[in-house]
Design a protein around this ligand. Sequence first.
Ligand SMILES: [Mn+2]
Length: 468
Amino acid sequence: MDPYRTNKMNQAVLEVLSTLIQNHVKDPRVGFVTLNQVKLNRDHSVAEIFFSVMGDEQERLDSFKGLKKAKGFMQSKLVRTLGMRAAPSLKFVYDDSVAKAIDLGELIDGLKEDGQFLTEEQKKRRMTLDDVQPPNELIRGLREGQSFWLVPHHNPDPDAMGGVLALAEALRAMGRDVRVMGYCDPPVGLTDLPGFDTVTRCDDAEEIYEKEQPDTLVLVDCHRIDRCGPLEDTLDRFKTRWCIDHHLISGRKAPEAGWVEPRSCSSCTLVHQVINVLGEGDDDYNDRPFDMTVSMGTNLYAGLVTDTGGFRFNNTVPFTFEFARNLSEMGVDTAAVAAQTLHRHRRQGVAMLQRVLATFDYHGDGEILIAHATNAMLVETGADMADTEGFVNLATAVDGVRYVAFLKELDENVWRASLRVQGEGDVQIIAARHGGGGHKAAAGCTIEGELEDVVVELVGDLMAARNA
Ligand SMILES: [Mn+2]
């Protein structure tokens, strides 16, 4: 990037933040703070803010904590005021060149206490549900919308579907027009979610859009409309689009505006936080306060319990249980939701499972397991692909297996690969190389070719990952 532009940008960010801190950051902990310098990195994704504070150590530390707390607010203001494409992540650095009389030892102790020297993983384990807060711009966008389409990703899982259903109920409680746009052939376990009977199937999406002219789209559990399969073209017509998602951003296309928080174990955790803020009401929009209902909680728990594999996956951290506890406390029947979403198969699905188990194929001393499901098997058993949901988890449960690839035939010579790794490792990189995405431990991509060739290719990828 042109260095002249970066200099100007540094100065602009400094000015905006200085004004915000002086006039708009209400946190009483923030004292007499002076911003000395701003340094944006090359792609403007990180801004180091050098600041000093008039006062003693305690006031410095308090100010530092207050500034950290106000980060989200300042980021969204920066985006709006300076028209930045994405908010830079703000790193506050105490600048002792101005206040020389600083006791570094104490400051470092304070930072330690504040978690500054922890790894990302350690920080995540210290997070509370309160630390997960939606960006103001998303909340504003949701309040401004009048007629919504809420859309889960294609082949929705309970996290996507539970999230849209809970959010739909909340927005309706705020008096908004809401349509949940779904897909044909819902997988087992979604049909029992409260409000599922109100979901529209996508066949007539184009005509419905034409007739209703909805103003706002919200994607849940994905951050781009190209994850919405047959709906993509219709959704492309929305001018105002938001997303609420916890997947890592991958690929070249930018995510929709909104909230992508990969530290969260489920999108439903994020939707819960959004609903809580919406529920506070806002006089500017004539939005009265409302409470989270048990049916909202039930939908959210469905997402939480499935995306954590019943609290077994490594995305499960303390605030996962805090969220679960809240839902249990408010009266969600957690056992019933778990039974519906985690442990249910149709008979055709079990017949399909027999066929898939017969394809289990081990490589790399039994650490790599590849399995597949074909359309011919579906015809033989009367099952559909949705019945194979969760089979991949069975493969990861086999003793000694670390890497799993489960291939589903989408079309002739087109395969959907679900990739998993147990413990250390990163399958998201492999999926991204094939144009897919996901998380470190669980990712997916679509690969074209004869089954044998696709298997050879993936075994090669997974062997390389295992030996890395
Ligand atoms: Mn999810």
